[in-house]
Unconditional design. Structure first.
Length: 411
Protein backbone atom coordinates (compact mmCIF):
# COMPACT_ATOMS: atom_id res chain seq x y z
CA UNK A 1 0.00 0.00 0.00
CA UNK A 2 2.81 2.37 0.92
CA UNK A 3 4.49 1.68 -2.41
CA UNK A 4 1.23 2.34 -4.28
CA UNK A 5 0.75 5.68 -2.50
CA UNK A 6 4.31 6.61 -3.34
CA UNK A 7 3.71 5.90 -7.02
CA UNK A 8 0.45 7.89 -7.04
CA UNK A 9 2.14 10.83 -5.38
CA UNK A 10 4.96 10.69 -7.91
CA UNK A 11 2.50 10.48 -10.80
CA UNK A 12 0.50 13.45 -9.54
CA UNK A 13 3.68 15.40 -8.98
CA UNK A 14 4.85 14.74 -12.52
CA UNK A 15 1.44 15.57 -14.02
CA UNK A 16 0.95 18.83 -12.12
CA UNK A 17 3.33 20.96 -14.21
CA UNK A 18 1.77 19.61 -17.41
CA UNK A 19 -1.75 20.43 -16.20
CA UNK A 20 -0.68 23.89 -15.07
CA UNK A 21 0.97 24.56 -18.42
CA UNK A 22 -2.20 23.43 -20.22
CA UNK A 23 -4.33 25.70 -18.04
CA UNK A 24 -1.98 28.62 -18.67
CA UNK A 25 -2.12 28.01 -22.42
CA UNK A 26 -5.91 27.91 -22.29
CA UNK A 27 -6.05 31.24 -20.45
CA UNK A 28 -3.68 32.89 -22.94
CA UNK A 29 -5.70 31.53 -25.81
CA UNK A 30 -8.91 32.71 -24.17
CA UNK A 31 -7.50 36.20 -23.73
CA UNK A 32 -6.76 36.34 -27.45
CA UNK A 33 -10.19 34.99 -28.38
CA UNK A 34 -11.91 37.48 -26.07
CA UNK A 35 -10.04 40.26 -27.87
CA UNK A 36 -10.99 38.86 -31.26
CA UNK A 37 -14.62 38.62 -30.09
CA UNK A 38 -14.45 42.27 -28.98
CA UNK A 39 -15.91 41.47 -25.55
CA UNK A 40 -14.43 44.51 -23.85
CA UNK A 41 -16.07 47.06 -26.14
CA UNK A 42 -19.61 46.23 -24.99
CA UNK A 43 -18.84 45.19 -21.43
CA UNK A 44 -16.77 48.19 -20.35
CA UNK A 45 -18.25 51.61 -19.63
CA UNK A 46 -16.26 54.73 -20.60
CA UNK A 47 -13.70 55.22 -17.83
CA UNK A 48 -14.88 52.05 -16.09
CA UNK A 49 -13.08 48.89 -15.05
CA UNK A 50 -12.53 46.31 -17.80
CA UNK A 51 -15.47 43.95 -18.26
CA UNK A 52 -17.41 45.50 -15.36
CA UNK A 53 -20.35 46.45 -17.59
CA UNK A 54 -22.39 49.63 -17.64
CA UNK A 55 -21.95 50.63 -21.28
CA UNK A 56 -25.23 52.02 -22.67
CA UNK A 57 -26.04 50.30 -25.96
CA UNK A 58 -28.61 52.35 -27.84
CA UNK A 59 -31.12 50.28 -29.82
CA UNK A 60 -34.40 51.08 -31.61
CA UNK A 61 -36.16 49.41 -28.68
CA UNK A 62 -34.46 51.35 -25.89
CA UNK A 63 -31.12 51.48 -24.10
CA UNK A 64 -29.56 48.15 -23.14
CA UNK A 65 -26.67 48.10 -20.67
CA UNK A 66 -23.63 45.88 -21.04
CA UNK A 67 -23.42 43.46 -18.14
CA UNK A 68 -20.65 42.80 -15.64
CA UNK A 69 -18.72 39.74 -16.88
CA UNK A 70 -15.94 39.81 -14.30
CA UNK A 71 -15.75 36.79 -11.93
CA UNK A 72 -17.75 38.60 -9.24
CA UNK A 73 -20.14 36.02 -7.77
CA UNK A 74 -22.74 38.61 -6.86
CA UNK A 75 -22.65 41.00 -9.80
CA UNK A 76 -20.76 39.16 -12.53
CA UNK A 77 -20.40 35.64 -13.90
CA UNK A 78 -18.48 34.14 -10.99
CA UNK A 79 -21.07 31.43 -10.45
CA UNK A 80 -21.29 30.35 -14.09
CA UNK A 81 -19.87 26.95 -14.99
CA UNK A 82 -18.57 26.19 -18.47
CA UNK A 83 -21.91 24.79 -19.66
CA UNK A 84 -23.80 27.89 -18.49
CA UNK A 85 -21.25 30.23 -20.02
CA UNK A 86 -21.46 28.38 -23.34
CA UNK A 87 -25.27 28.67 -23.26
CA UNK A 88 -25.04 32.42 -22.63
CA UNK A 89 -22.50 32.91 -25.39
CA UNK A 90 -24.13 30.79 -28.09
CA UNK A 91 -27.83 30.63 -27.16
CA UNK A 92 -28.42 33.90 -25.33
CA UNK A 93 -29.44 32.12 -22.10
CA UNK A 94 -28.55 33.51 -18.68
CA UNK A 95 -27.66 31.22 -15.79
CA UNK A 96 -31.15 31.73 -14.32
CA UNK A 97 -32.74 30.67 -17.61
CA UNK A 98 -33.80 34.15 -18.71
CA UNK A 99 -33.15 35.26 -22.29
CA UNK A 100 -30.46 37.77 -23.07
CA UNK A 101 -31.32 40.61 -25.43
CA UNK A 102 -29.76 40.11 -28.88
CA UNK A 103 -27.58 43.17 -28.36
CA UNK A 104 -25.40 40.30 -27.17
CA UNK A 105 -24.31 38.83 -30.52
CA UNK A 106 -25.12 35.21 -29.72
CA UNK A 107 -26.72 35.20 -33.16
CA UNK A 108 -23.15 35.12 -34.53
CA UNK A 109 -21.45 33.37 -31.60
CA UNK A 110 -23.76 30.35 -31.97
CA UNK A 111 -21.21 29.04 -34.48
CA UNK A 112 -18.37 29.19 -31.92
CA UNK A 113 -16.94 25.78 -30.96
CA UNK A 114 -17.09 24.70 -27.32
CA UNK A 115 -13.32 24.75 -26.86
CA UNK A 116 -13.19 28.45 -27.78
CA UNK A 117 -16.01 29.27 -25.36
CA UNK A 118 -14.25 27.35 -22.57
CA UNK A 119 -11.00 29.20 -23.27
CA UNK A 120 -12.71 32.61 -23.10
CA UNK A 121 -14.38 31.58 -19.84
CA UNK A 122 -11.04 30.40 -18.43
CA UNK A 123 -9.56 33.81 -19.22
CA UNK A 124 -12.44 35.81 -17.76
CA UNK A 125 -12.04 33.88 -14.50
CA UNK A 126 -8.58 35.44 -14.17
CA UNK A 127 -9.60 39.10 -14.53
CA UNK A 128 -10.13 41.23 -11.47
CA UNK A 129 -13.62 40.74 -10.02
CA UNK A 130 -15.48 44.03 -9.78
CA UNK A 131 -18.10 44.07 -7.03
CA UNK A 132 -20.40 46.52 -8.70
CA UNK A 133 -23.74 46.00 -10.38
CA UNK A 134 -24.19 47.32 -13.90
CA UNK A 135 -27.29 49.45 -14.55
CA UNK A 136 -30.36 47.29 -15.08
CA UNK A 137 -31.83 47.33 -18.57
CA UNK A 138 -35.40 48.56 -18.43
CA UNK A 139 -37.23 48.66 -21.77
CA UNK A 140 -40.80 49.69 -22.39
CA UNK A 141 -43.57 47.13 -23.00
CA UNK A 142 -43.58 44.80 -24.87
CA UNK A 143 -39.79 44.78 -25.30
CA UNK A 144 -39.27 44.32 -21.56
CA UNK A 145 -40.89 40.85 -21.68
CA UNK A 146 -37.85 38.62 -22.04
CA UNK A 147 -40.07 35.58 -22.44
CA UNK A 148 -41.06 36.94 -25.83
CA UNK A 149 -37.48 36.42 -27.00
CA UNK A 150 -38.13 32.67 -27.09
CA UNK A 151 -40.10 33.11 -30.32
CA UNK A 152 -37.56 35.60 -31.66
CA UNK A 153 -34.77 33.10 -31.05
CA UNK A 154 -36.66 30.32 -32.82
CA UNK A 155 -37.07 32.55 -35.88
CA UNK A 156 -33.77 34.42 -35.94
CA UNK A 157 -31.40 33.15 -33.23
CA UNK A 158 -29.38 30.94 -35.58
CA UNK A 159 -29.90 32.79 -38.85
CA UNK A 160 -26.18 33.40 -39.36
CA UNK A 161 -24.79 30.58 -41.48
CA UNK A 162 -21.32 30.25 -42.93
CA UNK A 163 -20.77 30.41 -46.66
CA UNK A 164 -19.56 27.07 -48.07
CA UNK A 165 -15.78 26.92 -47.90
CA UNK A 166 -15.11 24.29 -50.57
CA UNK A 167 -12.25 25.35 -52.80
CA UNK A 168 -11.29 28.24 -50.54
CA UNK A 169 -7.82 28.85 -49.11
CA UNK A 170 -7.00 28.16 -45.47
CA UNK A 171 -6.57 31.91 -44.97
CA UNK A 172 -10.10 32.49 -46.32
CA UNK A 173 -11.52 29.86 -43.95
CA UNK A 174 -9.75 31.36 -40.95
CA UNK A 175 -10.87 34.83 -42.00
CA UNK A 176 -14.46 33.67 -42.25
CA UNK A 177 -14.39 32.52 -38.63
CA UNK A 178 -12.68 35.73 -37.50
CA UNK A 179 -15.15 37.97 -39.37
CA UNK A 180 -18.47 36.13 -39.29
CA UNK A 181 -18.25 34.47 -35.87
CA UNK A 182 -15.71 35.96 -33.46
CA UNK A 183 -15.69 39.48 -34.90
CA UNK A 184 -19.47 39.34 -35.54
CA UNK A 185 -18.99 42.05 -38.16
CA UNK A 186 -22.33 41.32 -39.79
CA UNK A 187 -24.17 42.45 -36.66
CA UNK A 188 -23.43 46.07 -37.58
CA UNK A 189 -22.77 45.83 -41.32
CA UNK A 190 -26.06 44.09 -42.18
CA UNK A 191 -29.40 45.93 -42.35
CA UNK A 192 -32.08 44.91 -39.86
CA UNK A 193 -35.81 44.52 -40.33
CA UNK A 194 -38.70 45.53 -38.07
CA UNK A 195 -38.17 42.74 -35.52
CA UNK A 196 -34.55 43.81 -35.13
CA UNK A 197 -33.22 40.74 -36.93
CA UNK A 198 -30.46 40.89 -39.54
CA UNK A 199 -31.72 40.65 -43.11
CA UNK A 200 -29.60 37.73 -44.19
CA UNK A 201 -30.41 38.17 -47.88
CA UNK A 202 -28.62 41.54 -47.59
CA UNK A 203 -25.79 40.33 -45.39
CA UNK A 204 -22.79 42.67 -45.20
CA UNK A 205 -24.39 45.22 -47.53
CA UNK A 206 -24.32 47.88 -44.80
CA UNK A 207 -26.51 48.92 -41.89
CA UNK A 208 -27.58 52.15 -40.19
CA UNK A 209 -26.39 52.48 -36.61
CA UNK A 210 -27.36 55.55 -34.59
CA UNK A 211 -27.37 57.87 -37.57
CA UNK A 212 -24.16 56.51 -39.12
CA UNK A 213 -23.72 53.99 -41.88
CA UNK A 214 -21.75 50.84 -41.17
CA UNK A 215 -20.79 50.51 -44.85
CA UNK A 216 -20.97 47.52 -47.13
CA UNK A 217 -18.18 44.99 -46.68
CA UNK A 218 -18.89 43.15 -49.92
CA UNK A 219 -15.71 42.65 -51.94
CA UNK A 220 -16.97 44.58 -54.96
CA UNK A 221 -18.03 47.52 -52.80
CA UNK A 222 -14.74 47.56 -50.89
CA UNK A 223 -12.80 47.56 -54.15
CA UNK A 224 -15.02 50.34 -55.53
CA UNK A 225 -13.94 52.45 -52.54
CA UNK A 226 -10.28 51.76 -53.26
CA UNK A 227 -9.56 48.96 -50.81
CA UNK A 228 -6.94 46.32 -51.53
CA UNK A 229 -5.66 43.49 -49.32
CA UNK A 230 -2.65 45.37 -47.94
CA UNK A 231 -4.56 48.55 -47.09
CA UNK A 232 -7.38 46.63 -45.42
CA UNK A 233 -4.95 44.61 -43.29
CA UNK A 234 -3.13 47.81 -42.34
CA UNK A 235 -6.41 49.52 -41.47
CA UNK A 236 -7.37 46.71 -39.09
CA UNK A 237 -3.90 46.62 -37.50
CA UNK A 238 -3.20 50.33 -37.11
CA UNK A 239 -6.65 51.93 -37.34
CA UNK A 240 -5.57 53.98 -40.31
CA UNK A 241 -4.45 53.61 -43.91
CA UNK A 242 -4.38 55.63 -47.13
CA UNK A 243 -8.20 55.56 -47.02
CA UNK A 244 -8.45 57.39 -43.67
CA UNK A 245 -8.84 56.43 -40.02
CA UNK A 246 -11.31 54.47 -37.92
CA UNK A 247 -13.85 56.63 -36.09
CA UNK A 248 -17.23 56.45 -34.40
CA UNK A 249 -18.27 52.81 -33.75
CA UNK A 250 -15.14 51.34 -35.36
CA UNK A 251 -12.63 53.14 -33.17
CA UNK A 252 -13.42 51.04 -30.05
CA UNK A 253 -13.27 47.94 -32.24
CA UNK A 254 -9.73 48.89 -33.27
CA UNK A 255 -8.75 50.00 -29.76
CA UNK A 256 -10.06 46.93 -27.93
CA UNK A 257 -9.81 44.28 -30.60
CA UNK A 258 -8.17 44.43 -34.00
CA UNK A 259 -4.92 46.16 -33.05
CA UNK A 260 -4.14 43.23 -30.75
CA UNK A 261 -4.71 40.50 -33.33
CA UNK A 262 -1.91 38.65 -35.09
CA UNK A 263 -0.79 39.69 -38.54
CA UNK A 264 -1.80 36.30 -40.05
CA UNK A 265 -5.31 36.65 -38.61
CA UNK A 266 -5.66 40.22 -39.90
CA UNK A 267 -4.45 39.11 -43.31
CA UNK A 268 -6.96 36.25 -43.19
CA UNK A 269 -9.79 38.68 -42.42
CA UNK A 270 -8.80 40.79 -45.43
CA UNK A 271 -8.61 37.64 -47.57
CA UNK A 272 -12.11 36.59 -46.54
CA UNK A 273 -13.62 40.03 -47.12
CA UNK A 274 -11.97 40.61 -50.51
CA UNK A 275 -11.79 36.97 -51.60
CA UNK A 276 -8.97 34.70 -52.68
CA UNK A 277 -9.03 36.50 -56.05
CA UNK A 278 -9.90 40.04 -54.96
CA UNK A 279 -11.40 42.51 -57.42
CA UNK A 280 -9.07 45.29 -58.51
CA UNK A 281 -9.23 48.37 -56.32
CA UNK A 282 -10.72 51.27 -58.23
CA UNK A 283 -8.31 54.13 -58.85
CA UNK A 284 -9.68 57.60 -58.25
CA UNK A 285 -9.12 60.52 -60.58
CA UNK A 286 -9.25 63.96 -59.00
CA UNK A 287 -11.80 66.21 -60.76
CA UNK A 288 -10.66 69.76 -61.62
CA UNK A 289 -12.61 72.57 -60.02
CA UNK A 290 -14.03 73.84 -63.32
CA UNK A 291 -15.54 70.41 -64.02
CA UNK A 292 -17.51 70.35 -60.76
CA UNK A 293 -21.13 71.37 -60.38
CA UNK A 294 -21.90 74.99 -59.41
CA UNK A 295 -22.71 73.91 -55.84
CA UNK A 296 -19.42 72.01 -55.55
CA UNK A 297 -17.49 74.97 -56.93
CA UNK A 298 -18.99 77.18 -54.23
CA UNK A 299 -18.09 74.48 -51.71
CA UNK A 300 -14.40 74.95 -52.47
CA UNK A 301 -14.50 78.26 -50.59
CA UNK A 302 -16.29 76.63 -47.64
CA UNK A 303 -13.54 74.02 -47.58
CA UNK A 304 -10.85 76.69 -47.50
CA UNK A 305 -12.72 78.49 -44.72
CA UNK A 306 -13.27 75.62 -42.29
CA UNK A 307 -11.30 72.54 -43.41
CA UNK A 308 -8.04 73.48 -45.14
CA UNK A 309 -6.31 74.60 -41.95
CA UNK A 310 -6.05 70.96 -40.86
CA UNK A 311 -6.66 68.92 -44.01
CA UNK A 312 -4.50 71.19 -46.21
CA UNK A 313 -5.62 73.24 -49.20
CA UNK A 314 -4.88 70.41 -51.61
CA UNK A 315 -6.63 67.82 -49.45
CA UNK A 316 -3.40 65.93 -48.69
CA UNK A 317 -3.92 66.09 -44.91
CA UNK A 318 -1.28 66.70 -42.24
CA UNK A 319 0.54 63.96 -40.29
CA UNK A 320 -0.61 63.59 -36.68
CA UNK A 321 -3.25 66.27 -37.23
CA UNK A 322 -5.80 65.32 -39.88
CA UNK A 323 -6.32 62.68 -42.54
CA UNK A 324 -6.16 63.26 -46.27
CA UNK A 325 -9.32 64.00 -48.21
CA UNK A 326 -8.00 62.60 -51.47
CA UNK A 327 -9.47 59.12 -51.86
CA UNK A 328 -10.83 59.11 -48.32
CA UNK A 329 -13.20 56.17 -47.91
CA UNK A 330 -15.91 58.29 -46.25
CA UNK A 331 -16.01 60.62 -49.26
CA UNK A 332 -16.25 57.65 -51.62
CA UNK A 333 -19.45 56.31 -50.06
CA UNK A 334 -22.51 56.80 -52.24
CA UNK A 335 -24.51 57.49 -49.06
CA UNK A 336 -23.38 60.91 -47.72
CA UNK A 337 -24.60 60.51 -44.14
CA UNK A 338 -21.24 59.61 -42.56
CA UNK A 339 -19.54 62.63 -44.12
CA UNK A 340 -22.42 64.84 -43.00
CA UNK A 341 -22.35 63.47 -39.46
CA UNK A 342 -18.57 63.92 -39.15
CA UNK A 343 -18.75 67.53 -40.33
CA UNK A 344 -21.59 68.30 -37.93
CA UNK A 345 -20.55 66.19 -34.92
CA UNK A 346 -16.77 66.31 -35.17
CA UNK A 347 -14.43 63.55 -33.95
CA UNK A 348 -12.60 63.40 -30.64
CA UNK A 349 -8.82 62.99 -30.40
CA UNK A 350 -7.81 59.51 -31.45
CA UNK A 351 -4.70 57.57 -30.52
CA UNK A 352 -3.62 54.84 -32.87
CA UNK A 353 -0.72 52.38 -32.94
CA UNK A 354 2.61 53.52 -31.58
CA UNK A 355 2.90 57.29 -31.35
CA UNK A 356 0.36 57.95 -34.10
CA UNK A 357 -2.63 60.09 -33.26
CA UNK A 358 -5.07 62.52 -34.81
CA UNK A 359 -6.07 65.78 -33.19
CA UNK A 360 -9.73 66.38 -32.32
CA UNK A 361 -11.92 67.69 -35.11
CA UNK A 362 -14.57 70.19 -34.01
CA UNK A 363 -18.14 69.93 -35.22
CA UNK A 364 -19.52 72.62 -37.51
CA UNK A 365 -23.25 72.08 -37.04
CA UNK A 366 -23.70 75.61 -35.71
CA UNK A 367 -21.27 77.27 -38.12
CA UNK A 368 -22.58 76.31 -41.55
CA UNK A 369 -25.95 77.18 -43.06
CA UNK A 370 -27.83 74.40 -44.89
CA UNK A 371 -26.68 75.87 -48.20
CA UNK A 372 -23.04 76.12 -47.12
CA UNK A 373 -23.09 72.58 -45.74
CA UNK A 374 -24.59 71.22 -48.96
CA UNK A 375 -22.00 73.03 -51.09
CA UNK A 376 -19.18 71.67 -48.93
CA UNK A 377 -20.51 68.12 -49.15
CA UNK A 378 -20.79 68.37 -52.92
CA UNK A 379 -17.24 69.72 -53.23
CA UNK A 380 -15.74 66.94 -51.10
CA UNK A 381 -17.72 64.14 -52.71
CA UNK A 382 -17.30 65.27 -56.32
CA UNK A 383 -13.75 66.56 -56.09
CA UNK A 384 -12.13 63.82 -53.99
CA UNK A 385 -14.73 61.11 -53.60
CA UNK A 386 -15.55 60.21 -57.18
CA UNK A 387 -19.28 60.81 -56.58
CA UNK A 388 -20.84 62.52 -59.62
CA UNK A 389 -24.28 63.03 -58.08
CA UNK A 390 -25.16 66.42 -56.64
CA UNK A 391 -26.93 66.71 -53.29
CA UNK A 392 -29.75 69.20 -52.90
CA UNK A 393 -30.27 71.17 -49.70
CA UNK A 394 -33.44 69.15 -49.11
CA UNK A 395 -31.41 65.89 -49.26
CA UNK A 396 -29.09 67.13 -46.56
CA UNK A 397 -31.91 68.43 -44.38
CA UNK A 398 -33.69 65.07 -44.55
CA UNK A 399 -30.56 63.31 -43.31
CA UNK A 400 -30.29 65.84 -40.49
CA UNK A 401 -33.87 65.13 -39.40
CA UNK A 402 -33.32 61.37 -39.55
CA UNK A 403 -30.18 61.46 -37.40
CA UNK A 404 -30.86 60.53 -33.75
CA UNK A 405 -29.48 62.54 -30.85
CA UNK A 406 -27.79 60.19 -28.41
CA UNK A 407 -25.33 60.68 -25.57
CA UNK A 408 -23.28 57.67 -26.53
CA UNK A 409 -23.00 55.76 -29.75
CA UNK A 410 -22.29 52.21 -28.62
CA UNK A 411 -20.72 49.43 -30.63
Amino acid sequence: MKQLLTRLTLAVGLAAPVLLAHADDQVKRGEYLARAADCMACHTAPGGAPYAGGLPIVSPFGTIYGTNITPSKEHGIGQYNDDEFFAALTEGKRRDGANLYPAMPYTSYHLMPREDSDAIHAYLKTVEPIERAAPVTSLSFPFNVRLGLMGWNVLYGKDVKLEPAEGKSEAWKRGQYMVDVLGHCGECHTPRGLPGAMQQDKRMTGGILNGYLAPSLLATDLAARGWNHQDLSTFLKHGMSAQGTMFNEMFPVFHNSTQGLSDPDLAAMATFLLGDQPPEAKALTEVPLDKLSPSAQRGRQEYLNVCAGCHAAGGEGKPHIAVAMRGNTTLRLEDPRNLLRVIEDGIGEQKFSGFEHMQPMPGFADKLSPGQLTDLLNYLRQGWGGQPAELAVSDVQKLQVDAPTVEHKAH
